[in-house]
Design a protein. Structure first.
Length: 59
């Protein structure tokens, strides 16, 4: 089951098409940095290159 699930996710990302509107870079954030929940007309994608973090999808 896990292998099939991974294949489905991989195939989804292979065919995913996005439109990049704004890009930003931040070298470092404080350990207690967070973004408050809000409803925007777009999605955000964070690429964490070092350290650790978490994302809350409970909305």
């Amino acid at each position: 089951m896990g292998g099939n699930r991974n294949e489905i996710i991989q195939n989804y990302f292979k065919t995913l098409q996005l439109e990049l509107i704004i890009a930003s870079y931040c070298d470092r954030v404080s350990p207690n940095w967070r973004r408050l929940l809000s409803t925007d007309g777009f999605n955000r994608f964070y690429l964490i290159l070092n350290g650790e973090g978490w994302i809350d999808f409970s909305r």
